[in-house]
Design a protein around this ligand. Structure first.
Ligand code: NAD
Length: 472
């Protein structure tokens, strides 16, 4: 249970029900969408470095099979429980639907604090977990494809793919059994920063909408916007990077140990290095310390980005939040009570459901790369460069003028893998934000953007289920 009286999964259900009333679907199909199709709870023993056996509790949930494979990260955290994994799996279904990634939602979790284990112990836990998934057909390029989440990263994904390939020798598409792998193990360039980059593209699109910004009493554009970010992990770090590089001012940052504030703006990378050196973001030169990690959430700013964990803004602290826009980079950082308070206060909440979909979008690109067995750009890069070169030569001959060498180099450039991934991600995020905004504008009785996002997602999943029919 969270600090309010709803569990995380109940919160997701509550948001779903609220949105469902704005759709034309009957109760049966809505119940079909809402339910978690398969919940696998496992317990397995692992021999630790001391020689002691520890029994580990873990989960994999497949929320929806309206598209396969299922897709969703694996979380390592002491707080992992079945309700949380079910909620996160459900969110994945809706997220994939909004960004047109053809997967059903899934999620995995291992109930451990990864900081308490050696690298070798973590490797054994990860490999044993993967083996349990293989035994029950809960992993595979065509069935269920995990990815990194809170507490996991490329290292764990490499262990997973290695375990899978060991158990399934000769399976041609085996590399597509997991995404977020190191590039040298079939990963795709641009995956590491994808979620943060997607958060940035999504919020930038909202900040560029004149009508919305007028309502919020803000000028359009990212430049000089005062941004606060909670959590400087994978998602928070890259979100901070892209806002910083686009001229926004990061006025406060929060980590586990507390918050720091500087109204002139913080250099996110210098703070990150300071934390690495000292073990804390506190006492960063020029910044004011705030004792609690939630203090930063209540400071005045234009855009607040919680990028750590769920339920950090709730009925208790939401009335004190001063941000005009909240971008949910983390999954489920706001409770339904907080949503209601913000809807009344006129705070615009850009929901997790598509705002943090950059990771799964680029995971989709990684999966496609694994199935096609070729790096993006490998076939067309030189062809494009040669064609552009010929066009520029012809232009110069016809006009008798030379094209500026900087412009020439820019136009000449054929796409690398990274360029194509960023372009696909940018297109996906811009389309998703606009689709949700259009749904909201078309039906002004929809109370907030989260509900509009659910409406878009429910419609897509419902169409899919109703076309497929029910077997038998
Ligand atoms: P991460 O483990 O890399 O980083 C999380 C960071 O938050 C850590 O630095 C941690 O110390 C900090 N943190 C934890 N509790 C905090 C608190 N109370 N206050 C301030 N900081 C705190 O995890 P991540 O991959 O960046 O994931 C963060 C969130 O984004 C999660 O909700 C996750 O589900 C979501 N998400 C991640 C991805 C992805 O691609 N990694 C994709 C979509 C959504």
């Amino acid at each position: 249970m969270s600090s309010n009286h709803y569990s995380f999964f109940e919160s997701v259900q509550k948001s779903f029900d609220k949105a469902a009333s704005f759709t034309k679907w009957d109760k049966g199909i809505l119940e079909q969408i809402k339910a978690c199709n398969s919940v696998y709870q496992m317990k397995f023993p692992v021999k630790m470095d001391t020689g002691q056996i520890e029994v580990i509790e873990a989960y994999r949930v497949q929320h929806s099979h309206h598209k396969t494979p299922c897709k969703g990260g694996i979380r390592f955290a002491a707080e992992v429980n079945q309700d949380e994994v079910m909620a996160l799996a459900a969110l994945m279904t809706y997220k994939c639907a909004i960004v047109n990634v053809p997967f059903g939602g899934g999620k995995g979790g291992i109930k451990i604090n990864p900081k308490k284990y050696s690298a070798y112990e973590l490797e054994k836990i990860t490999r044993r977990y993967t083996t349990e998934l293989i035994k029950k057909n809960f992993i595979g390029p065509g069935t269920d494809v995990p990815a990194p989440d809170y507490g996991t990263g490329e290292r764990e994904m490499a262990w997973i793919v290695d375990t899978y390939q060991t158990m399934k020798p000769g399976e041609l598409d085996a590399a597509g059994c997991v995404t977020g792998k190191p590039i040298t193990q079939g990963g795709v360039r641009g995956r590491r920063e994808a979620t943060g980059r997607g958060v940035f593209y999504g919020i930038r699109e909202v900040l560029n909408m004149e009508d919305i910004m007028k309502k919020m009493g803000l000028p359009t554009g990212v430049k000089d916007k005062r941004v606060i970010i909670q959590g400087l992990g994978n998602v928070g770090y890259y979100t901070a990077k892209f806002f910083f590089e686009s001229g926004a001012k990061i006025v406060a940052l929060a980590e586990y140990e507390g918050s720091i504030y500087n109204e002139d703006g913080l250099d996110y990378d210098a703070v990150f290095r300071h934390r690495k050196e000292t073990g804390s973001i506190l006492n960063f030169p020029g910044a004011k310390n705030l004792p609690k990690n939630t203090d930063a959430l209540e400071l005045d700013c234009d855009v607040l980005i919680p990028a750590a964990l769920e339920n950090v803004i709730n009925g208790e602290n939401a009335p004190r939040v001063k941000a005009k826009i909240i971008g949910e980079a983390a999954n489920g950082p706001l409770t339904p009570e907080a949503d209601e308070i913000f809807a009344k206060k006129g705070v615009l909440v850009v929901p997790d459901m598509f705002l943090n979909a950059g990771g799964v979008t680029v995971s989709y690109f990684e999966w496609l790369k694994n199935l096609s067995h070729v790096r993006y750009g490998r076939l067309e890069k030189r062809f494009t460069e040669n064609q552009n070169n010929a066009l520029l030569d012809q232009m110069e001959r016809l006009t008798s003028k030379a094209v500026d060498s900087n412009v020439r180099n820019n136009i000449l450039h054929g796409p690398d893998e990274e360029d194509l991934v960023y372009s696909g991600l940018e297109e996906t995020m811009i389309s998703a934000v606009n689709e949700v905004m259009d749904c909201w504008k078309e039906n002004p009785s929809i109370p907030d953007m989260r509900t509009a996002a659910y409406v878009v997602a429910i419609n897509k999943v419902a169409i899919s289920y109703s076309e497929l029919g029910i077997f038998p």
